[in-house]
Design a binder for this molecule. Sequence first.
Ligand SMILES: [Zn+2]
Length: 516
Amino acid sequence: MAFDCIVRNGEVIDGSGKTPRYQADVGFTGGLVSAIGDLSKAESAQQIDATDRIVCPGFIDVHVHSENTLLGGRDQMASLHQGVTTHLLAPDGFGWAGIPDKEARELWHYTQFAYGEPVEKISWPTIESYLSLFPGRSPANVYPQVPHCAVRVNAMGWAPRPATPDELKVMEDGTRAWMEAGAGCLCLGLDYQPSANASFEELVALCKVAAEYDGIYAAHLRYQILGREGAWDEIIELQKAADIPVHVSHERVDELSGAALSRSEEENVDITFESYLYPAGMTHITMQLPMWVQMGSPDEVLDRMRLPDTKERSLAFLKERGGIADYQIIGYTPSGNYAGMRLGEAARGVGKSNEEFAYDLVLEENGIQAFVVLWPPNEEENVRTLNRTAQHPKMMLASDGIYDAQHPHPRGFGCFAQFLGRFVRERKLLSLEEAIYKMSGFPAERYRLPERGRLAEGKPADVVVFDPDTVSDRSTFETPLETADGVSWVIVNGEPVIAEGTPTANRPGQVLSRGR
Ligand SMILES: [Zn+2]
């Protein structure tokens, strides 16, 4: 039998988390893994020498703001350099497809902080018109989720109130349309507009639609309104009320969430979570303002923020909450102004307090800005929290990467490589088999992708070849745009997108569908 390609002499880790690594050759034909074993006598058009390297399934990133850059943005290959071969769409429920252009443009305005300038004209009136952008242009596979933001704006605009029965019906239909288009998950960002206004009953109703299709529910929890404890309670109650598997976006295991996870275990709550394992987040600073300031469409929020009374009350609110720390990093502004600077330095430069500077920046930048929000500098405790997070059995890895920003969070360029280098090799917190499961087999099982996340005969050839002794991240909070090291080959549907560490021109990404 002749193969298109054989990866020779590597150590195979299959992504199941159960099988110990073993030495084998891996052959591909027609985009599928066609043989694993001793292929020393077999012929192939291409050979890859994987001596002293790990050969494993491509990684799946279940929470990543990459869909714009995958279509041709500056950072199109940043995740591929780390071996990520499948990206979920609509993290935090963000989306712009399947709705009229005006609403889509408003939603882009609101979410641009996490995507940068659009590489395409914002006009995707049908789900299909959006999903059809990716084949032939994306180096990685994409997999849709139901974007709750778009589904809700389509039904009731940005109205900051519970839905009426008629509006809820439109949302159920919108959810169904995405599930019919292959989505595996209903996704929400409950700290963001307009999803923050969804009632518990709305969540239950939409979850029931997703559950009919064997989908799951994932959310950035409602921390701002309910507090962390209340937010965890809400998702646990939702799992019980809607009888759907639930997943918590970008969390960490500290005392509070550790206790919530233990309680879930005792009460048989079907829950998982993901983490990127850095002591910092990244989002727009608007999220720190009082909730009444954040409500409504982007233009409504800007109009409200221009009122002197809103400013005064907002600054008082921020100060009362302890203010915004000097060391926060300005990550993205459409103008480029201040990007990469520490907040304190930028504010002092124009003679303002940190809070006033941040507030004014929102207005100057038309509402679009993002900050890298570092945890308070208590290194020992932060490392302890991240280590405990990495080892938790319900945890999978996901980057929450933000791309095409001037100075983004380093997670977008380094999350997966950091996990393998720092948490596995240096700190020895998990075996390589366990770590790879958390990046491939586990997300595939949880998100209903039975054909992905495993290196096995007959499965699509999404394959990574890396050096376990050198794999590491190079992106830092100071230099976030450095690509990862140690990943030599990345193959998507049988075609190399990274070859000997260098990007190729191949764009073999496909749109994946639930259950396949
Ligand atoms: Zn989020």
